[in-house]
Design a protein around this ligand. Structure first.
Ligand code: COA
Length: 389
């Protein structure tokens, strides 16, 4: 029985700041951001794009009227929750018009949560051949103005339709998770921004990858030669590269090293221009790989998911013949290319307005794509959404 990713799409806010401009404003050598961290541009969220509107925007173009009748579960993975009780999946379910006899939940474990959401969908669908699950990873990555993590912020959502007979990636039954209690990044209740132990977070990520990869290779008797490419969680593009390099040891052939290194560049192209989108980062990387690299149906992709705290997981999927025809490369390129660049001053005002929930619709909606969902207002802590005409 084959279950996997039938459709995949992303949405990002229509504003960004150039990392060289940000470096200059912070008195940092731009090469630190561009090469040391590996980021070129960073998506900036207006108040009108929260995890609900971004998640619904990522999903709306990949689900048909028939899908709305067959989706029986909506799972939102996020670490930017807007409510501690009500799941954002309920609001997204409403905005998308999905049939009412569905389960809607939100899942949390830092940047990792979309991966157990997909695994849950996979298990759930084994018993339900005619149903589908919508998994959405939606986040606004924020560390604070002039903070250490400032160059690794971003915002965006990835939506995936999980079904039988998927048209993009068949999920194999071979995932290996790895859990380790570590305080590398966390956001205690009431804190607007996370607390981060920067160096520890990089070390914990690499350790988690090495452990899950080593165990995977041992359990399933696999080597790097079995993979066309690997995708990583990408908080910033240098991070996954460090993890990849850590296993490209002397015994690995030059051919494999070259294949995986070139694939990594393709798999982080979109991330380099978006920044960190937390739960969606691995899946944005997968889209980037599929849309900017030449691969073939039948090839195996390895995926490493990581959420601070921490849980990592190595899992794999097989590309489906003709997967290229299902991707909407043109609209993804437009989404990236038609964004408005903000000056650092403008980025700072966006940032403060987002913190204080101060709407400036005239500025924000002028660059929103017609047909997109947006957060219109908040009254008595109740959020109302609308669609741009
Ligand atoms: N030119 C080129 N590279 C430069 C440079 C320059 N002028 N100046 C510094 N660098 C390099 C450093 O050598 C380092 O590379 P390395 O890690 O390969 O050694 C890199 O830029 C980052 O420098 P560092 O001093 O570590 O930066 P920092 O103290 O500002 O912290 C993060 C960087 C990523 C830890 C910080 O942004 C952060 O905390 N981010 C959030 C947490 C996170 O994303 N963790 C990842 C795991 S989930």
């Amino acid at each position: 029985m084959t279950i996997g990713i039938d459709q995949i799409n992303f949405y990002i806010p229509q504003f960004y700041v150039d990392m060289a401009d940000l470096a200059e404003a912070r008195g940092v050598d731009p090469n630190k951001f561009l090469y040391g961290i590996g980021q070129t541009e960073m998506a900036v969220s207006p108040v009108s794009q929260d995890i609900v509107s971004m998640g619904a925007n990522a999903a709306k173009d990949i689900i048909t009227e028939d899908d709305k009748q067959s989706i029986s579960m909506v799972i939102v993975a996020t670490e930017s929750a807007i409510d501690s009780a009500k799941a954002s999946a309920v609001q997204i379910h409403n905005l998308l018009g999905i049939q009412p006899f569905a389960r809607c939940i939100e899942m949390k474990e830092a940047c990792y949560a979309a991966t157990p959401a997909i695994q849950l969908a996979q298990d759930y669908l084994h018993q339900r051949p005619d149903e589908k699950v919508l998994v959405i990873a939606s986040d606004t990555a924020r560390y604070g103005l002039e903070s250490g993590g400032e160059p690794t912020q971003g915002a965006g959502a990835v939506a995936m339709l999980i079904s039988h007979k998927p048209r993009i990636l068949e999920l194999n039954d071979d995932a290996v998770p790895f859990t380790e209690d570590v305080y590398d990044f966390w956001r205690p209740n009431g804190h607007m921004y996370p607390l981060v132990a920067g160096k520890l977070s990089k070390d914990a990520y690499i350790h988690s990858f090495q452990e899950s990869w080593k165990e995977y290779a041992k359990r399933y008797n696999k080597s790097l030669d079995d993979f066309a490419n690997l995708c990583f969680h990408v908080p910033f593009t240098k991070m996954g590269k460090k993890a990849l390099d850590s296993i490209l040891t002397d015994e690995i052939s030059d051919e494999t090293k070259k294949r995986l290194t070139e694939g990594y560049e393709a798999a982080t192209y979109y991330n380099r221009y978006v920044g960190n989108i937390y739960t969606g980062s691995l899946y944005l990387s997968l889209i980037s790989l599929l849309e900017t690299h030449n691969l073939e149906g039948g090839q195996t992709i390895g995926l490493f998911s990581y959420g601070s705290g921490s849980v990592g997981e190595f899992f794999t999927g097989k590309l489906v013949e003709g997967y290229q025809d299902v991707l909407d490369i043109t609209s993804h390129k437009n989404l990236l290319n038609e964004r408005k660049a903000l000056t650092v001053n403008e980025y700072e005002s966006f940032f403060k307005r987002f913190d204080n929930l101060e709407f400036d619709h005239e500025t924000e909606l002028a660059h929103t794509i017609p047909g997109a969902f947006y957060l219109e207002n908040i009254n008595d802590h109740i959020r109302s959404y609308n669609t741009l005409k």
